[in-house]
Design a protein around this ligand. Structure first.
Ligand SMILES: Nc1ncnc2c1ncn2[C@@H]1O[C@H](COP(=O)(O)OP(=O)(O)OP(=O)(O)O)[C@@H](O)[C@H]1O
Ligand SMILES: [Mg+2]
Length: 339
């Protein structure tokens, strides 16, 4: 077994889960033990998963939306502060010397990167710098001209189509353009991956679809067709579709682009909430700098077809590298020239 294989098959020891949200709300003095107990019983009676407790408390008017979201963020910040990637610890996805050119122009130029398992990783970098191309390589939608792409201990390009399809089923994807099916209603669009990849009953599918649409503030839009929605609503429906299944790895290309600031914040919370509940490996491409630093453990900066820097989000945020500083500050003058 190669060193890369060995490393890829080790598993990351999961840190103890942070306090359940209900417990933290209690500790923060936002609810009483009795209210927590009663809501838990109610959730169980309605056959709802326990994670819905926070939302149920909001619906009952016992706490506000921001109290719940701040509590969730507090949980995430606490665990993010402890994030370190130790050498030799398992990566979910690895690129080794990946090169990709289009029309003689090298977009990826010997890209080496690692996506840590069970973390949220953000990929940032200038527009046209190869972020979406990188994402497409992760699922085998694009093949490198040179170099290797690994998902766990599978090297893409060397496995059978059937194996590739099995791997793809472990991914959930939100493409940059959204890409809803125009001829399907919003509800059928979101139900699509559930019908394709699960044996859930129609009633269970409807329940999951409804929940997922509610999460992205699209309740009541089930029977609309994509062209009856605004651009931001289409984006949210596509995000609901990406989050409705229970995959292993979620890749989101610009999940908040084109959304208003309130929805943008709510979507960041939703991504974080999804992570806290599930511990999926998540990769987010985002131009929402610096906000994105608050919402991920790990950041990879792509520049000129290579990784310029990778590490815990706060390390990258405080980087002294002039390229990274110029990018974060949006300075027109600096090493990145575009005229
Ligand atoms: N299928 C393709 N055929 C030809 N060129 C392509 C193809 N896909 C991407 N490119 C080129 O590769 C480069 C990187 O594109 P990519 O979409 O990865 O950029 P990006 O970093 O995601 O940018 P943005 O932030 O604007 O979304 C661009 O110059 C683009 O024109
Ligand atoms: Mg892109």
């Amino acid at each position: 077994m190669s060193d890369m294989n060995k490393m890829a098959t080790q598993t990351i020891p999961l840190k103890p889960a942070p306090l359940p949200v209900g417990q933290r709300l209690l500790e923060n003095g936002l609810i009483t033990a009795k209210q927590l107990e009663e809501t838990l019983v109610e959730c169980k009676r309605n056959n709802q998963e326990a994670y819905l407790i926070g939302r149920t408390l909001v619906e009952k008017g016992l706490i506000t939306q921001s109290e719940l979201l701040n509590c969730l963020f507090q949980q995430f910040t606490q665990e993010r502060a402890a994030h370190q990637v130790e050498p030799g610890v398992a990566a979910k996805i690895r690129f080794k010397g990946v090169e990709k050119s289009f029309d003689g122009r090298k977009v990826l130029d010997g890209l080496d990167l690692e996506i840590p398992a069970h973390k949220i990783t953000a990929i940032i970098g200038i527009s046209g710098g190869g972020k979406s191309v990188t994402l497409k390589h992760m699922v085998g939608l694009m093949e490198p001209d040179k170099g290797e792409v690994w998902v766990d201990d599978n090297r893409l390009g060397t496995i059978s189509r059937q194996q590739l399809n099995t791997i793809r089923k472990r991914f959930s994807l939100l493409f940059q353009g959204g890409a809803l099916f125009d001829s399907l209603t919003v509800s059928d669009n979101v139900a699509f991956p559930l019908r394709e990849t699960t044996d859930l009953s129609e009633a269970e599918i409807q329940q999951r679809v409804e929940r997922s649409l509610k999460d992205v503030n699209l309740a009541g839009m089930e029977q609309k067709y994509p062209d009856e929605l605004s651009g931001g609503m289409q984006k949210r429906a596509a995000l609901a579709r990406a989050l409705v299944i229970r995959p292993d790895i979620i890749l989101l290309d610009e999940p908040t682009a084109g959304l208003d600031p309130i929805i943008e914040k709510a979507i960041h919370y939703l991504i974080c909430d999804t992570f806290m509940r599930t511990r999926y490996t998540m990769v987010i491409i985002s131009h929402a700098v610096p906000a994105v630093f608050d919402w991920c453990h790990h950041v990879i900066v792509l520049h000129q077809g290579k990784v310029r820097a990778a590490g815990p989000s706060m390390d990258i945020r405080n980087s002294r590298d002039p390229v990274i500083r110029q990018f974060i500050n949006g300075d027109l003058d600096g090493p990145i020239q575009f005229i």
